[in-house]
Ligand binder design. Structure first.
Ligand SMILES: [Zn+2]
Length: 99
C-alpha cells in the first residue's frame, strides 16, 4: 500500500465507516459525502480534550479530523505563550505532505 488516494476504492465503504451497511451517503455518491469512522475522544479534566475522526472524501483522500480543546491559563501572557506553543506543536503534527 502506498497510501495514494487513487489506490482506494472511492465508493466502497471501508470497514471502519460508521455508516457501513447503514446506507452510507458516500457509498451512494452524494456530493460532499464522506466515509467517517467512529470518533475517538480523549480528555484530561481541567486541561483539555481532543476528538479524532478518520475521514475519507468522495475523491478517495483520507485525513484525520481533529477537534482540540485546550484550557488556557487565566494570565494573559501565559495564555499567549500556551497558544504559541500549541501552534508550534500543530505545525509539527501536520508537517510537510506525506507520501
Ligand atoms: Zn461509508
Amino acid at each position: 500500500m502506498n497510501g495514494r488516494a487513487w489506490s482506494r476504492p472511492r465508493r466502497t465503504c471501508p470497514d471502519w465507516c460508521v455508516s457501513r451497511n447503514l446506507n452510507c451517503r458516500a457509498e451512494h455518491g452524494y456530493p460532499g459525502a464522506e466515509h467517517r469512522a467512529k470518533p475517538i475522544t480523549i480528555s484530561n479534566p481541567g486541561a483539555g480534550s481532543a476528538v479524532l475522526t478518520r475521514v475519507r472524501t468522495a475523491g478517495g483522500t483520507e485525513y484525520a479530523e481533529i477537534r482540540l480543546s485546550a484550557t488556557l491559563p487565566a494570565d494573559e501572557h501565559a495564555a499567549r505563550q500556551r497558544l504559541a506553543a500549541l501552534l508550534t506543536h500543530l505545525r509539527t503534527l501536520i508537517g510537510p505532505a506525506g507520501r
